[in-house]
Ligand binder design. Structure first.
Ligand code: HEM
Length: 451
């Protein structure tokens, strides 16, 4: 693979700890937009040279409207997938983004509430490196911003959002995140070992390579624009941790039982230890150990007695689970580069403290829009593929807290009979999202040189 041309966010893990900022930009003047792109290009790193403990990196991704605003020719624009052209808000039906998650309830600048053209993200392993790189980005944009009347500027900053995590890479629920990612064939980049997970064809994640079907899927044209690029699905969630903590407490008789129920809902304990390897209690050493914490399959847990079929992680990657409608597990994998914001709320806090906390889910795949639409409609907001009827993902499904609804139920297989938990709420509500193209470094250069 041409690693030096592929943006590092596609193939490289973020550092631990990490510090970052995402800036959403609207471009009102194509020429200025291209000039800024040319100026910042040297800071955008490829997957060969960038490692998580080296220098800070900048990644640049754009919406369909962003490509238009930068003056990409119509013939090229036409060669992008229809889902990408439509944008996430217009695909709400396919994504099952209704009720609280519906685009009408999103906040600016997402979807129709704004005009996000480009997202620039700076990320680094220290505060100093992150600050220095972010200052550089800001000084490149500053001359073109009108601070009094933003819409009169050549560019507008629609959003500036900091994120980061502590050393434990715990998300705001207090659970270790970002452990499991697919290994990509030919990348030479190792992911934590997994005993059932063979490397997946590069074309599933990067444009211009053979996919699992053995063919190179169509890509945006000309080749310099499409090749070595990919697509990103960004979904911004507010996390209702106190409601989750309360749910655990209300449905258990002890702290231990509450912890077990939480682990059953995620598929992993707080430390990251997988339930199938440690079914009864958390195991910090296992959770901390990258050589062991992803090294498992589900075939020895055929009835879900260790990890329920409905657990978030088992739904999102059923691995070698048998006897379900799962023939296509390998083509529904995504690279996750999600980033969290806000403080972890301890398990004993059951009332909201009014502070913002949540996660920018970032999923990357050469056909990320279709993959996430499939995951959202089949594996998150439905239970049929695992013979769970109407049940949904207990952590990220769209729920209504209705104790009489099968869809708001979570089933935990146990001896002698299964246990059912009712009245699940939407513990993560969506407040925005975008479909984004991740151009290669040569595509960014090509765009910056358009006239
Ligand atoms: C607020 C939103 C979300 C949170 C807090 C969250 C959290 C987590 C956690 C804690 C894990 C287990 C750790 C790991 O294996 O890395 C996980 C795994 C995973 N999640 Fe999520 N997630 C969220 C949204 C999503 C969405 C929207 C998708 C897909 C559309 C998704 C897909 C996955 C996948 C593919 C895995 C890995 C499963 C595996 O390979 O075993 N997540 N998530």
């Amino acid at each position: 693979m041409e690693l030096e041309d592929i943006q590092s966010i596609i193939l490289r893990d973020r550092p631990t700890p990490y510090f970052g900022t995402v800036v959403a930009i609207k471009i009102n003047n194509a020429e200025v937009g291209r000039q800024i792109l040319a100026n910042v290009l040297p800071d955008v790193t490829g997957s060969k040279e960038w490692h998580k403990d080296t220098q800070a990196t900048l990644s640049i991704v754009m919406t369909y409207e962003g490509l238009q605003a930068l003056g990409v020719p119509q013939s090229s624009l036409d060669s992008f997938p229809d889902s990408f052209k439509a944008g996430m808000a217009n695909r709400a039906n396919k994504l099952r983004d209704a009720d609280v998650n519906a685009p009408e309830n999103w906040v600016a600048p997402f979807g129709d509430k704004g005009d996000i053209h480009v997202c620039a993200t700076v990320i680094a392993d220290t505060k100093e490196k992150w600050q220095a790189k972010f200052d550089e980005l800001k000084s490149n944009m500053k001359p073109y911003i009108d601070y009094d009347t933003p819409e009169n500027g050549n560019i507008e900053i629609l959003l500036e959002h900091d994120f980061g995590s502590d050393n434990n890479v715990k998300n705001v629920f207090g659970y270790r995140d970002g452990i499991s990612n697919p290994e990509i064939k030919g990348s030479g980049i190792q992911t934590p070992p997994s005993n059932m997970d063979e490397a997946i064809a590069a074309g599933e994640f990067v444009l211009g390579y053979e996919g699992e079907a053995g063919t190179v899927p169509p890509m945006p044209q000309p080749e310099v624009l499409g090749k070595n690029g990919s697509f990103m699905v960004l979904r911004a969630y507010n996390s209702h941790v106190a409601a989750f903590n309360k749910f655990l407490k209300d449905n258990s008789d002890s702290d231990e039982e509450a912890e077990l129920l939480g682990a059953k809902m995620w598929g992993r304990w707080r430390s990251g230890a997988p339930l199938v390897l440690s079914p009864d209690h958390d195991d910090e050493d296992l959770g901390d150990d990258p050589s062991r914490n992803n090294d498992f399959g589900y075939k020895d847990d055929p009835y879900g007695k260790k990890c329920p079929f409905g657990a978030h992680a088992r739904r999102m990657n059923p691995r070698d689970s048998k006897d379900f409608i799962l023939s296509d597990v390998r083509i529904h994998r995504i690279v996750r580069r999600s980033v969290g914001f806000g403080e972890v709320l301890p398990a004993d806090v059951t009332e909201e403290d009014g502070k913002e906390r949540g996660l920018f889910f970032i999923g990357i795949n050469a056909h990320a829009m279709e993959t996430v639409e499939y995951l959202q409609s089949q594996w998150i907001n439905d239970g049929n593929f695992m013979s769970l009827g109407e049940e949904k993902d207990p952590m990220i499904g769209l729920h209504h807290g209705d104790k009489d609804s099968a869809a708001d139920t979570f089933t935990v297989p146990t001896d002698p009979i299964r246990k059912r938990y009712h009245g699940i709420e939407t513990f993560n509500t969506l407040y925005g999202g975008e479909y984004l193209f991740i151009p290669s470094l040569s595509a960014l250069k090509w765009i910056s040189e358009l006239s």
